[in-house]
Design a protein around this ligand. Sequence first.
Ligand SMILES: C[S@@+](CC[C@H](N)C(=O)[O-])C[C@H]1O[C@@H](n2cnc3c(N)ncnc32)[C@H](O)[C@@H]1O
Length: 290
Amino acid sequence: MSLFSSSISLRKGVAITDDEFVQLRDFIYEKSGIFVDEKRKYLFESRFRKRLQELSLSSFGDYLKFLKFDSNRKEELVKLFELITTNETSFYRDIKQLDAFQANVLKEVIENIRKQGKSEMHIWSAGCSSGEEPYTLAILLYETLGMEAARWKIRITANDLSMAMIQKARDGLYNEYAMKTTPEQIQKKYFTMETGGWRIKPEVAKMVDFKLLNLNDALALKRVPRSHIVFCRNVIIYFDQDMKKKVINSYYDNLLDGGYLMLGHSESLHKITKAFKPVFYPGTIAYKKE
Ligand SMILES: C[S@@+](CC[C@H](N)C(=O)[O-])C[C@H]1O[C@@H](n2cnc3c(N)ncnc32)[C@H](O)[C@@H]1O
């Protein structure tokens, strides 16, 4: 290889063979339930380029051996999950859905809890990325309960597969991009401006428990406290049919009677389960466990 062509391949990164692609795809699927379609083979090449260089590995075959047999394979899995996940999110993402959720679902759930003479609510944000979704839910609860919020015991469990995202969420500092769909008065009320961005206020932050969790780990899912509401938006799009069924069934088991599951705008329970009752609102469908 000439000096010229080797410098090009270094810049372009290591190419993945069809066989290596299948092996890596199957490994990722087995560990996380994330299924990468063949059409997205290029994604592996671009996302793993830097990692292979850092490890001084010259092929995906060597990387697979590293993932399976190296004494640091556990730590590498954490890195792998960070590389394969797509963490796109923002505060007040899909505002139409959140408006319908707040005016109908949240209102109904709060009313039912009140009728039982209680003031305790649990929400689960599964696949929470860097925290914008669960913090938005905490803000919506503050806005809905008003003065009453102080008397309520509210717990939001927020999980993700990416340790980097969980750390960012716990840190609670966000840039303008994360804020792009946030109403101005909400931004002023629930965030403080600092060098480096906007920090979520402690009274909101304290409602959310961030924890690393793999939705492919059935036992870990069983340990999540029973919920009144489950948010799992823009997560199951990365799973195949089998994995979708597994996680949706575990949300069904986790939900209390009368509880609701909320999915992303491009997701539905079609061909997954008929266990939930779909409730239609302008801008969204809420799935009720009756
Ligand atoms: C596109 S983000 C969606 C974030 C947020 N729910 C929203 O709608 O704005 C998808 C998130 O799902 C997480 N995820 C994917 N597979 C997962 C798994 N097996 N277990 C836990 N989280 C997973 C990813 O790490 C990523 O942060």
